[in-house]
Structures are given as structure tokens and as C-alpha cells.
Design a protein around this ligand. Structure first.
Ligand SMILES: [Zn+2]
Ligand SMILES: [Zn+2]
Length: 218
């Protein structure tokens, strides 16, 4: 077991203390790091820029993040690059005339940040499963709101999560489920006077479990 392998155990346990799915938390951090590195290099990484050109930009999520990264230069250089290619595509369509025009339009590749995120997510999920019999990890998962359904689904389809790990996830989900139930019950006029005991935002947590807040890979 390398230090890198061991780090995922500590990172996952730490992420369990936060409100989101722990895998989503780790993936979101890596996603931000990827964009920060791209911006820090002033979009000067030729290979990376070639990927962005081939994708004719980024997906909506990552395009929004690069605009929010407060690095106008990196965002501008990237936009200039992509637009040069879009104009070339349009020229090809115009020169091609009617009939064949559509075939001249370049079909973009996938968003390169999404591809990185998918690779990273698979590595995190596999890394977590490698430690899934650890008592500390299961205890942290049990105390959390649980992993989101898309990440759990990925683990179940591609790996063999041990029983104790699934049981911890069940405890976590059951707690949120019961809290949403309480929230709904107290909306009833007969119970409206009862003080809410922390379940006020349970429905928001439930939606984060249902969808996650990062893309899960196929
Ligand atoms: Zn997740
Ligand atoms: Zn993307």
C-alpha cells in the first residue's frame, strides 16, 4: 500500500464530516484544481489547449467555472482559440455550399475537464473500495449523510463493496430519509407547533443524495 493509496482513506474520512457526498467533495476539489492549474499556466499548456480546441470549448459546467475562476487572461486566450476554430468550421460550411454543409461542420470531442474528472472519479471510487472494510472508514460513512446515489451505483456496478460498507451507507441514508419524513409530517397542521430538530434542510440533503453534485462516470 503506497502513501498515495493510504491518502484516499484519510481524505474520504475527512470528507465524510462535510455535508455533501464524500466522493463528490473529493471530485469537486480535483475539478477545481484542474481548472486552477490550467489558468495558472495561463492556458499555456499546448496539449491541454489542443484538447479544448478539439472539444470546441468546455461543457456548460466547466465553461462557467473557468469564467468564475477570475483569470480573465486564461479565459480570454481559451475563448480566442476556440472561436478561431469555430470560425474555421463556419468557413468550411459556407465554402461547402448547400447539401454537404453539415458534414463539413466538425463534431466536437468530449469536454477534456469532464474526461479528467471521470478518470479521477473512477480512481477515487476504486480507492475507497480498497479500504471499505476499515472500521474507521465505515464509522465515518455511517455518521455522514452518505454517498450520493450515482457514486454508490458506480461502485456497485464496477466493484464489490463489502457488506459492512453497504450497511454504513444504509444507516446514513436511513437517517436522512427519516428526517425528510419528519419534515413532511410537521408540515401537517396538526403537528405544525412541534419544534423542528435539525430536519429543516433534510430535503436539500436528500436531493444531494439523489443526484450528487458532480457528474458520475458511466
Ligand atoms: Zn457523489
Ligand atoms: Zn466538462
Amino acid at each position: 500500500m503506497t502513501d498515495r493509496d493510504r491518502r484516499i482513506l484519510f481524505d474520504f474520512i475527512e470528507a465524510c464530516a462535510l455535508p455533501d457526498c464524500p466522493v463528490c467533495t473529493l471530485v469537486a476539489k480535483a475539478e477545481l484544481r484542474t481548472l486552477q492549474v490550467y489558468c495558472a499556466e495561463g492556458a499555456g499548456d499546448e496539449l491541454r489547449r489542443a484538447d479544448v480546441r478539439a472539444a470546441r470549448g468546455l461543457c456548460v459546467r466547466h465553461a462557467t467555472q473557468i469564467q468564475d475562476a477570475r483569470d480573465a487572461m486564461a479565459a480570454a486566450v481559451t475563448a480566442y482559440d476556440v472561436m478561431s476554430n469555430l470560425l474555421r468550421d463556419l468557413d468550411a460550411v459556407i465554402k461547402g455550399g448547400s447539401g454537404w454543409s453539415r458534414k463539413k461542420m466538425t463534431v466536437p470531442q468530449s469536454c477534456p475537464v469532464c474526461l479528467d474528472v471521470a478518470r479521477y472519479t473512477r480512481a477515487v471510487c476504486a480507492g475507497v473500495i480498497a479500504w471499505a472494510e476499515e472500521a474507521d472508514l465505515c464509522a465515518a460513512l455511517q455518521q455522514s449523510h452518505g454517498m450520493c446515489a450515482p457514486h454508490l451505483r458506480w461502485m456497485v456496478v464496477h466493484t464489490k463493496p463489502p457488506a459492512e460498507f453497504l450497511a454504513a451507507q444504509h444507516v446514513a441514508w436511513s437517517r436522512v430519509h427519516a428526517e425528510v419524513g419528519e419534515f413532511v409530517r410537521k408540515r401537517d397542521d396538526r403537528f405544525r407547533h412541534e419544534v423542528q430538530a435539525g430536519e429543516g434542510d433534510a430535503w436539500k440533503r436528500a436531493w444531494r443524495i439523489i443526484n450528487g453534485n458532480t457528474e458520475a462516470p458511466d
